[in-house]
Write a protein that binds this ligand. Structure first.
Ligand code: MIG
Length: 663
């Protein structure tokens, strides 16, 4: 059952798409203070799940989280905000229920941080809707919630292939080289990503003619090798006379305004920019229509970046800072002046005060950005998704975004933002998955190998052994870091085998993805969601159930030769060096130490189950369900969902077939 409680005058977020009548009774579970504060007393063993893309564990207890979409490439345990705002949690324990705080501005979740047994949620203003969801269990609560927020985005099948990306590919030759090297190393590849350098001076919807003289031909050449090019689109629009996007935006008032009604100026990669006012339906339509510049060249997928929006600096703050610095440096600089000076410079990027300085035009009313901040990225992807439904109505387009709010899951996927080549970020990504699925985000994954910092071969192999299970499977890294295309490592053979295993698993991953999207289920679940009476399962933070058949337990520690795994039931361990060379072994319920060498993938098939496995597939364009075998328990069966991989509605081409395990 879902009940909606309304406080004040909430800004419509469009997160919820079903009509739910406002409840008039007193909200259960929470004490409310009338100022946007909600308090719940946690019992000693209550678990709090959710918050989507937030840092820390699957169980969110013991930290404070702030939903304020934020570009933080240096995030770690101490961070409070990341790129997305996903204000849905489930409290599981003494009472089990779900709660969604539908609020477009800043909202804080103190989950047993200030006081261990108290959860306090505080919205910046008392203008929000709160949904309380009760049900049979956690999965039932998730299903009900997902039902009211609308079906999750389903990407084209090719988006399940392996992708190579790097910030730093400068020209056509770089791209052709990546394709060539992957081919000669015998590693399948379905996509190459174009980062900001394909653009002319970082201007959206332009192509640098010197570095990419004929993008259309490049797109075609790549496609003939089964490779899709996926360009990036940034939120900020460069201020430059003669640039159509800039001029049209100014002319039609499609950009965010400052308090004086002028187009607001920030600075990001292109230098000085305006930010499209994605809250205006007309502006969304206009910006979205621009994607046709690239789809006309044969492009079928995009990633949307910098849409928190990230702001390196604003002109006024820069001017103030410079003036202040002049004063600070004029005399003999003492230590206090020095600290003020460094603080001011560091404080330019992503300064929270800057988000008070611009406005959206919402039906003629100027709404301060900070009050609706968390909706910006969502509406950028919405703009693209809705426009592409008109531009290419016959097929799905790949989209994923960096910033998001619940509701954005209907328009595209998200990647988990700028991580680092740190072992802890494998675990961090895993822990985000179930919470993201709760919030509707199914198409997601991390920058495999790590974005910032220098990767190592062993980190890459272990990361592949985790990421090969995630729907979005992309190797991405930052300019200036160690190169990490798979063909650069000594043990390219092991990496190649991992990628091939991914292709063998795509029929399963895609099938479970479709089931999750169509039935409002989670593709990745904490163990306790399927084993609610198992107290040990509740404590497992580094293993996940994948679909209804698998459990994954990746290695995320350097130099580990294996790891401890908890099996909540008897399971079949599958151990693979390659898809043609594997062993299986049945292990009883309980704790096990499992050896896993660096070139080996280990995963678990749940009791009496099996998964489809394709030993030959090397590209999503050639997937053939007739070559599927079942891997798992004898006499088991699997219900396979498949479709043509591109129709906007999966129902239009869905086949459900039951596969039986031979012996
Ligand atoms: O300020 O486009 O998260 O994936 O490579 C950095 C360059 C801007 C941030 C994205 C990252 C991308 C990078 N971008």
């Amino acid at each position: 059952m879902i009940k909606k409680y309304v406080y004040g005058n909430p800004f419509p977020t469009d997160a919820v798409v079903k009509d739910i009548e406002k409840a008039e009774d007193k909200m259960p579970f929470f004490e409310t203070d009338g100022y946007g504060g909600f308090t719940y007393n946690l019992a000693e063993n209550d678990i709090v799940y959710g918050l989507g893309e937030q840092i820390r564990g699957i169980n969110k207890r013991g930290w404070q989280y702030i939903s304020w979409n934020y570009d933080n490439p240096n995030h770690h345990e101490d961070t409070h905000s990341l790129y997305g705002a996903h204000n849905f949690i489930i409290i599981s324990g003494k009472s089990t229920f779900g709660v969604f705080f539908d609020y477009a501005g800043k909202i804080e979740f103190d989950i047993g941080y200030t006081q261990r047994s108290i959860m306090h949620i505080k919205a910046a203003k008392n203008d929000l809707a709160v949904y309380i969801i009760t049900g049979k269990n956690e999965k039932d609560i998730v299903r009900q919630f997902r039902n009211i927020i609308g079906r999750s985005y389903i990407p084209p099948l090719w988006a399940f292939g392996y992708g190579q990306s790097r910030w730093g590919y400068k020209d056509e030759q770089d791209i052709r080289n990546v394709a060539k090297e992957y081919k000669s190393a015998g590693i399948p590849l379905d996509s190459i990503y174009l980062d900001i350098d394909y653009m002319e001076r970082y201007k959206d919807f332009t192509v640098d003619k010197e570095r990419f003289p004929d993008l259309e031909k490049l797109v075609q050449d790549m496609k003939s090798q089964g490779i899709h090019l996926v360009p990036i689109i940034d939120a900020g629009v460069k201020i430059e006379e003669g640039y159509d996007v800039y001029e049209e935006g100014v002319q039609h008032n499609y950009f965010c305004k400052n308090a004086d009604g002028e187009d607001f100026v920030g600075a990001v990669w292109p230098g000085r920019v305006h930010f499209p006012d994605f809250l205006q339906p007309e502006a969304r339509k206009w910006f979205g229509s621009k994607y046709s510049v690239l789809t006309d060249m044969g492009i079928e997928g995009f990633w949307n970046d910098m849409n928190e929006p990230a702001i390196f600096y604003t002109e006024d703050r820069l001017a103030d800072t410079c003036a202040e610095i002049e004063k600070l440096t004029s005399g003999n600089m003492g230590i206090n002046e020095y600290l003020t000076f460094t603080g001011m410079v560091a404080g330019l990027n992503g300064n929270i005060g800057d988000y008070d300085k611009f406005y959206h035009n919402v039906n003629g009313e100027m709404v301060k950005h900070s009050e609706v901040h968390n909706l910006y990225g969502m509406n950028m992807t919405r703009s693209a998704f809705e426009a592409l439904q008109e531009i290419c109505p016959e097929k799905r387009t790949l989209f994923f975004s960096r910033s998001s709010y619940i509701g954005a899951h209907r328009y595209g996927g998200i990647w988990q933002g700028d991580n680092k080549s740190w072992w802890s970020h494998i675990l961090q990504s895993m822990q985000q998955l179930p919470a993201l699925n709760m919030a509707g985000f199914l198409f997601t994954g991390s920058d495999t190998g790590g974005f910032g910092c220098d990767t190592t071969e062993d980190l890459m192999l272990r990361w592949l052994q985790y990421s090969l299970f995630t729907p979005l499977f992309r190797n991405h890294s930052a300019d200036g870091t160690r190169r990490q295309e798979l063909y650069r490592f000594d043990n390219v053979k092991a990496a190649a085998e991992m990628i091939k295993i991914r292709y063998s698993l795509i029929p399963y991953l895609y099938s479970e993805f479709l089931k999750s999207a169509m039935n409002d289920e989670m593709m990745f679940k904490p163990l306790a969601f399927d084993f609610p009476d198992d107290n040990m399962a509740k404590q497992v933070e580094d293993q996940l159930l994948l679909g209804n058949e698998l459990m994954i337990a990746p290695i995320y520690k350097q130099n580990a030769q294996g790891r401890y795994v908890y099996l909540p039931e008897e399971m079949m361990l599958a151990r693979m060096k390659s898809r043609n060379d594997y062993q299986t072994e049945i292990l009883p319920k309980g704790h096990h130490y499992v050896d896993v060498s660096l070139d080996e993938l280990v995963f678990f098939i749940r009791s009496k189950k099996a998964v489809p496995f394709d030993k030959t597939d090397e590209s999503t364009s050639k997937a053939d369900i007739h070559s599927l075998e079942l891997l798992g328990y004898p006499d088991s069966s699997y219900e396979l969902y498949s479709d043509n991989g591109y129709s906007p509605e999966p129902e239009d081409s869905l086949t459900v077939s039951t596969l039986y395990c031979a012996e």
